[in-house]
Design a protein around this ligand. Structure first.
Ligand SMILES: [Zn+2]
Length: 395
């Protein structure tokens, strides 16, 4: 039988874990926010925080200015000790590998990117990923003395019947093995659009929003849902594949096996084809975005019509999921009202227009680093094995 003192100690430990968990998933929080989230009394919480600051597990910082227009005293916040661990996020996109480095207190230390060769195999991609990390460490003076884990975002459905979601599917195990060999930490993998959704929720346009539909509009069209504050993966890792919603069952075949998919109609190659058919030949997506910014009429018409198609699919999604916010990321999202207005119009007119609710449609904040940052967020939020390992020792 355990003594009452043991029981008290165990209870204290549970309270400490609750504080650490909240800081790990949310970054910096004020004492009032921690009280609301943990349900601990003021006395208990303040005593735990003082002890953990003394032990070096957490540190105190000044938050953003309180009050309207930054007036008032900045609120004191606490966060995990940034020295307690670093995380690397990588994204293997179609044409680039991108990296982000952050610490366990949610501070983004560096981001960078390198082009991938057009026909490089996975081994070549792994070498480029390794040299990109080495470059960011060298050029930005990043110390990886407490590197804990690497997250990797990839294109496509992360599904392997032999491997649990979030762990490495066989196809990517050579890259994961190379990274593990180089940096001596384990690697977790997830879909890049799903990870971008998680990053926007952690650092960006959907910060602290619990119900979010994220869509990434680029060469391909992907998406991710945050529901009840959690990233939704689905039974097979394919939740949020908005690009493969069919607009026309008799339409052209898609690489997913379906027909008439949204991606086939509004993905980068489809937009370039539509512009070429109107007499404006463009070599790639970057040039298409520039032409739209220069208000080339044919290009604007193509993109506006495509945004209308995207809006109709998103309106369906909004009817089904009832989010607070729709976040539009990817290269096309920089075009502002040209892409946002048709989406806003479709959501407003087709998603239960008579029901009194407010659904914001906003551009993503994190640009091309979103998925690499999401690979870090994965390890802060969603990867229980790694998250366990990340906890600073308190006691
Ligand atoms: Zn498809």
């Amino acid at each position: 039988m355990s003594r009452p003192a043991d029981a008290l100690q165990r209870l204290r430990r549970v309270h400490e874990e609750a504080v650490l968990d909240n800081l790990r998933t949310s970054g910096a929080l004020s004492r009032a926010e921690l009280m609301a989230r943990t349900g601990l009394s003021r006395t208990t919480l303040f005593a735990i925080i003082s002890d953990m600051i003394e032990q070096g597990a957490i540190v105190e910082t000044r938050g953003p200015e309180a009050g309207p227009r930054g007036r008032g005293r900045p609120a004191a916040q606490v966060r995990l000790n940034p020295e307690a661990g670093q995380l690397i996020g990588l994204e293997l996109a179609r044409q680039q590998v991108r990296v982000a480095v952050a610490n366990v207190s949610h501070q983004i230390v560096a981001t960078d990117a390198m082009d991938l060769p057009r026909d490089g195999d996975l081994d070549a991609q792994a070498e480029i990923a390794v040299s990109l990390v080495r470059r960011v460490v060298r050029e930005r003076g990043v110390r990886l003395s407490a590197l804990e884990a690497i997250g990797l975002g990839i294109v496509g459905v992360v599904d392997d019947p032999d491997v649990p979601l979030g762990l490495v599917p066989a196809r990517y195990s050579p890259i994961a093995a190379r990274l593990e060999r180089e940096f001596g930490v384990r690697v977790a993998v997830d879909n890049n659009a799903r990870l971008a959704a998680l990053a926007e929720r952690t650092w960006g346009a959907a910060r602290s929003v619990d119900n979010v539909v994220y869509v990434r509009w680029s060469v391909g069209v992907g998406g991710g849902y945050i529901l009840g504050g959690r990233l939704v993966r689905g039974a097979h890792g394919a939740a949020g594949e908005l690009g493969h919603v069919s607009l026309d069952p008799d339409g052209p075949p898609c690489h997913c096996g379906g027909r008439g998919c949204l991606e086939g109609r509004i993905g980068g190659p489809a937009l370039l084809d539509a512009c070429a058919a109107r007499g404006v030949a463009l070599p790639g997506l970057a040039e298409l975005v520039t032409a739209a910014q220069d208000r080339v009429p044919e290009v604007c018409q193509v993109i506006s019509a495509a945004a209308g198609d995207l809006g109709r699919v998103l309106a369906d999604t909004v009817v089904q999921l009832d989010p607070e916010r729709v976040v539009l990321g990817g290269e096309l999202s920089v075009l502002g009202s040209l892409v946002l207005d048709p989406v806003r119009g479709a959501v407003a007119s087709l998603s239960l227009p008579n029901s009194p609710r407010r659904i914001d449609v906003v551009p993503g904040d994190l640009g091309s680093s979103a998925s690499a940052l999401g690979a870090i967020a994965l390890m802060l939020h969603e990867e229980p094995v790694i998250a366990e390992h990340l906890r600073p020792t308190v006691g």
